[in-house]
Ligand binder design. Structure first.
Ligand code: FAD
Length: 276
């Protein structure tokens, strides 16, 4: 596992108590020696300061950190100001996204798609940043077709991305197919698999509906059958996701990016199973 690209994602806490809790979470997860921690960014301004503050907190503890940066709703000037600020703090890595505007938020801004953001980051800052972009093995929910989504992915990479992280999925074949098609289209950057631990049935179903991740029927039915028995949901979820990660790594995935949901236990439990 040491030779793999292993990273952990947080979202910025909203309260002082959440900040303290995340510090403790990060300290525990740092014991797993991830390559870096990434911190999400709310399109439309909601959590943008929180992203930088959380990244600086992680860097202050001696760990590598990458802010996410979404461009929807932004202007050239506002994104330039964020990039300058990131640079001034010595931040060397960003996850570049289009993002989704919260409903009711009016202006779309000056960037339409993530490839325009990647192009802008490269034009403004040269090779300063290591840029990660998003990939969708099960197809982005707004894509016109699987092929147009692949074309959009290739455009983002060709605009100057160094690597990609996928949306989460529970079907390894979707990932392998995606990587194969991307490579045939000339992509040769690492495509790291995004991993969502399974700990809560209702939350998982809600997220998956929004982001277009498919929960296989047998997994969904088994999870539903456990009802309020959270111990059984977690135990079964751990088995399913461990098997997925093992298959991905054995099949050549260059690394795993864990959507930690700011929790210690799910990522740690998975990690311990994988290093055995
Ligand atoms: P794009 O690559 O721009 O694609 C968006 C859609 O537009 C796709 O359907 C694509 O097929 C289509 N498209 C692209 N180019 C064109 C074109 N020229 N013409 C027509 N259609 C086109 N969201 C946040 O708000 N904050 C975060 O921190 C965040 N972190 C994320 C991290 C990861 C690893 C992932 C996988 C997602 C994350 N997201 C985050 C969610 C992401 O912002 C959404 O999935 C968003 O809807 C798409 O962003 P993108 O960068 O993939 O967009």
């Amino acid at each position: 596992m040491a030779d793999h690209n292993f990273s952990i994602e947080f979202f910025p806490p909203k309260t002082a108590e959440g900040t303290e809790k995340l510090r403790a979470t990060r300290a525990k997860l740092a014991e797993l020696h991830p390559k870096y921690f990434s911190v999400t960014f709310g399109a439309g301004g909601t959590t943008q300061r929180g992203t930088l503050e959380t990244v600086l907190d992680i860097m202050g503890a001696g760990e590598e950190a990458a802010p996410h940066l979404s461009c929807v709703g932004g202007t050239r000037e506002s994104i330039r100001a964020i990039l300058d600020e990131y640079k001034s703090h010595g931040i060397k890595r960003v996850v570049a996204l289009r993002g989704d505007l919260p409903s009711g938020y009016g202006a779309a801004g000056e960037f339409r798609y993530a490839n325009e953001l990647v192009e802008f980051i490269r034009a403004e800052t040269g090779d300063w940043f290591h840029i990660e972009v998003a990939a969708y093995p099960e197809v982005h929910p707004q894509a016109k077709s699987p092929q147009s989504d692949m074309d959009a992915f290739v455009r983002k990479v060709n605009a100057g991305a160094d690597a990609a992280i996928t949306q989460y999925f529970y079907n390894a074949d979707a990932y392998f197919q995606f990587v194969d098609a991307a490579q045939k289209a000339g992509v040769n950057v690492p495509i790291v698999a995004g991993i969502m631990p399974i700990t809560n049935y209702t939350q998982l179903m809600r997220f998956s509906d929004m982001c277009g991740a498919e929960i296989p029927r047998w997994v969904r039915l088994k999870l539903a059958s456990f009802g309020d028995d959270t111990a059984s949901i977690k135990a079964f979820g751990l088995d399913v996701v461990t098997a997925l990660c093992e298959r991905l790594l054995a099949g050549g995935a260059p690394g795993l990016h864990f959507y930690s949901m700011n929790q210690v236990a799910p990522t740690t439990a998975l990690w311990q199973r994988l290093v055995k």
